[in-house]
Design a protein around this ligand. Structure first.
Ligand code: AMP
Length: 121
């Protein structure tokens, strides 16, 4: 069982969010601190804390999140130019909200690698 997070409050509409897509399994809304011209978060309605907690029974839900990403990209017109989907896991992954989410970033050429530090050899 995962602890309640701010995303549960967005799902229950206790706190507002700029929602761009919703169905019975998933919700997508604008990130409050955007890192690209388009920065959306796609979350499952079922709370799953981290990608480590994705069980066999949640495979359909997680696949659904990526299907939603593609649908939004096609609908908003950036599918052809491209975009990035990212899921951060735990401290080293940079996860801050412990309810899994796909970051959907688009609207400009995105740099790679996505971190600033040089790898130590
Ligand atoms: P992560 O660091 O991968 O866990 O990503 C969490 C993301 O949630 C960050 O990009 C935050 O800017 C975003 N975020 C946190 N609170 C809110 C909120 N209330 N509404 C929208 N986005 C949020």
């Amino acid at each position: 069982m995962s602890k309640e997070t701010i995303f549960d409050k967005i799902i229950s509409k206790e706190i507002p969010a700029d929602i761009v897509y919703e169905d019975d399994m998933a919700l997508a809304f604008k990130d409050i601190n955007p890192q690209a011209p388009v920065h959306l978060l796609i979350i499952p309605k079922q709370p799953i804390a981290t990608t480590n907690d994705i069980g066999k029974e949640q495979r359909e839900i997680v696949g659904h999140l990526f299907w939603v990403a593609g649908e939004i990209a096609r609908e908003q017109g950036f599918a052809e130019q491209g975009y990035r989907t990212v899921m951060n896991c735990n401290e080293h992954g940079g996860q801050t909200v412990y309810h899994i989410h796909v970051h959907l970033l688009a609207g400009k050429p995105l740099g790679w690698p996505p971190y600033q530090e040089r790898l130590k050899t």
